[in-house]
Write a protein that binds this ligand. Structure first.
Ligand code: NAP
Length: 323
């Protein structure tokens, strides 16, 4: 028998996936506190790297791994942390974990939409701080989503599922996507429109695009200016989709109704303006954080690594470069 392949988990994979890998390969797992230097050192000689959105997978890391590297398996569906061109140049396959987290992320978008619309965070803070004076007819009034026009920006897997979840609220359903989605139009009566039209007409706008150079700051001062002053903006896509400063100004000046945010520019640091802005529901990038989704994502990571190292097509290729 030849030498066992080496799989390096540059941060952490859950047991559901880790055990599948450990049964087949020599594995090394650096843990959540791994520094870039430790990652570069540990990657040397790896046949597979397990990565996640918190660090860059670039030419430097790939070169540190060496020319035997066959696969970068990203723990997550978004792969804006991975330099796909650098991987393709080195004939390294890139994989991700779609579908497993679609329900979890769509449900969090709905949670944030509801929480932001009713300023649940502000109201709960009042209660926790002991400043609640009892039932008040005027205080803590928010926005109702029943009958609202709902705009989904990026109606892919997660955006499409979000649209299904909100269908029970009634009202119009609008979406943007690069390709039309006949199933959403037929099943849910959704209408594909231009982004500006969606922003003008929607009472709730939910962002489900990937983070790319083209989608950076799609929601900027101009876009926010098109939205209704009572509209709720939800972002579970990527922090880079929204110009944080412009959003904070719009909330502070009452030009936007509310915001529900799971992702941030430069996370885990977040603009302190979000902590003091009114009517904001915040979550620390927990879109896929359900027991079911994270276990399934971990299994998918392992299945992708195993397939590539066995010389098969992986279940979830982002790029198909093969050695
Ligand atoms: P998806 O199925 O690929 O959907 C992406 C949607 O964006 C599609 O409708 C796509 O249009 C559209 N789109 C518009 N411009 C695009 C561009 N420049 N590049 C690619 N797509 C573009 O992906 P998904 O599984 O729904 O995931 C969407 C994003 O959610 C991920 O990329 C990730 O950033 C984010 N996410 C966040 C969390 C979290 O924890 N908060 C969890 C999971 C995912 P077409 O359909 O016409 O291609």
């Amino acid at each position: 028998m030849g030498e066992r392949s080496r799989v390096v988990v540059l941060r952490e994979l859950l047991p559901a996936g880790q055990e599948l890998l450990a049964a087949r390969f020599e594995t090394d797992s650096l843990g959540l506190d791994a520094t870039r230097e430790q990652m570069l050192a540990a990657a040397a000689g790896a046949d597979a790297l397990v990565t996640d959105l918190t660090f860059a997978v670039d030419g430097e890391l790939l070169d540190a791994a060496g020319s035997q590297l066959k696969v970068v398996a990203n723990f997550g569906v978004g792969y804006d942390n991975v330099d796909l061109a650098a991987c393709a140049e080195r004939e390294v396959v890139v994989t991700n974990t779609p579908d497993a987290l679609t329900n979890a992320t769509a449900e969090l978008a709905l949670t944030l939409a509801m929480a932001a619309a009713r300023d649940l965070s502000g109201a709960e803070k009042d209660l926790r701080e002991g400043s609640w004076q009892g039932w008040d007819p005027a205080r803590w009034r928010g926005f109702e989503l029943s009958g609202a026009t709902i705009g989904v920006v990026g109606a892919g897997r997660i955006g499409g599922r979000f649209m299904e979840l909100v269908a029970g609220l009634g009202g119009e359903r609008l979406y943007t996507a690069r390709q039309p989605k006949p199933e959403l139009e037929l099943k849910l009566g959704a209408e594909r429109v231009h982004l500006d039209d969606l922003l003008r007409r929607s009472d709730l706008v939910s962002l489900h695009l990937p983070g790319t150079p083209e989608t950076r700051h799609l929601i900027d001062e101009r876009a926010l200016g098109l939205m209704k002053p009572t509209a709720v903006l939800v972002n579970t896509g990527r922090g880079t989709l929204v110009d944080s400063k412009a959003l904070i100004r719009a909330l502070d000046e009452g030009r936007l109704g509310a915001a529900g945010l799971d992702v941030f520019e430069g996370e885990p640091d977040l603009d302190p303006g979000f902590l003091s802005a009114p009517r904001v529901a915040l979550a620390p990038h927990i879109g896929s954080a359900t027991f079911r989704a994270r276990d399934e994502m971990s299994r998918l990571v392992a299945a992708n690594v195993i397939a590539v190292l066995d010389g098969r097509e992986p279940p979830n290729p982002v790029t198909r470069a093969k050695k």
